[in-house]
Write a protein that binds this ligand. Sequence first.
Ligand code: AMP
Length: 436
Amino acid sequence: MKVLVIGGGGREHAIVWALRRSTKINEVVCAPGNAGIAELARCVPMNVGSVGEVLSLANAERPELIVIGPELPLAVGAVDELTQHGFRVFGPTKAAARLETSKAFAKEFMQRHGIPTAAYARCTSLEEVRAALLRFKVPVVVKADGLAAGKGVVICQSHAEAAQTAEAMFSGALLGTTESELVLEEFLEGEEVSFFALCDGRTAVALASAQDHKRIGEGDTGPNTGGMGAYTSDGLLSAETGEWLLKYVAQRVVDGMAAEGTPFKGILFCGIMMVPQWDGATQPMVLEFNTRFGDPETQAILVRLETDIVDLFNAAIDGTADRLQVRMRPGASACVIAASGGYPGKYASGLTIAGMEAAKDADTVVFHSGTALKDGAVVTAGGRVLAVTSAAEEPADGKSALQVALGRAYGALGKISFEGMQYRRDIGWRALRDGL
Ligand code: AMP
């Protein structure tokens, strides 16, 4: 079977790596791919935001399965177009991807279907923002409606700051593009967790839960990034919480989308805040949905996936997820991002990366996030460069699986170097503090 994977970051490297382990696959093409993916797949240059380019590549390659990694092709309707032309595609339609591409749609959808989320207001002008702010305590969260590559959410400490932020989003000064709609949201306090479900239009199946680290600085400080690390662990969520999230969030999304005539197929990523209640209980509340695998959570999840990933994709496409058995290697995993110096601000590219071969072992994969080949050498080609990912089972020596996984990832990272390389040394700190 021949597969085409769309995308070229660490998430797509992990997807291609998992596909290569499948017994059902004999050819993988990836567009555009990167230097790491090129070791496992034939890479073809492509603009992932152009439906026309995606379709002409599919027509030229005639793959039996197409897997879409990033949000942009979903947002512009690549799945709809490819499906109309007879291709088998893993990912949601443009209408179903609105759960991610429009925060306003997602909030109203949650309200319609009784999915717990923070109080909010939709605003299309600064006047509406000023009027609505009177109903919110501070801090208050200002969110751009559309995709903003992780930069569209600002937590404001005063109403004046919120109004200024809204003004800068409307004018384009903040995000580079003018926003026509914003969402104001009640600030929620608690621990965040990401819950992933595989959906086939009718059924949601729990895949894994993970925690990621979005801030550049240790202790979760400093500006937001695409993600500096992630981890999974069997103890991250109790079985009851996992079941609750599946039943009252993921399955409700699938039922609601089906009832509205826009069935959801693909990966549903639920960003959850576990909000402590006055009686000591915890109420999970949805912060956001993504309609695809997250990066770098995917790397941490797929190193533990034992089920053939092709079975996952087929179940979602064919509507047979109710018969799917998802098996994960027991224990934990950790993914640490090696980023370019200066990231998330300005950074240099084209720097030679050393030590990657020595860093690999049976439990560790060095996924490439932003790399390229220059004169036969692997060089940096992005803010996030590598995603060093290790898995571990519960050892007998009293350490936790997560401690071992983190030790392996940091041990591997210690062998890798490029000029200006930076990484967080505290990935997983909350879980370690909580005894995981
Ligand atoms: P989002 O893209 O909506 O998930 O927002 C990005 C990040 O902003 C989340 O991962 C949270 O850390 C934070 N955030 C978003 N909404 C809220 C909220 N209502 N209360 C507190 N933090 C939030």
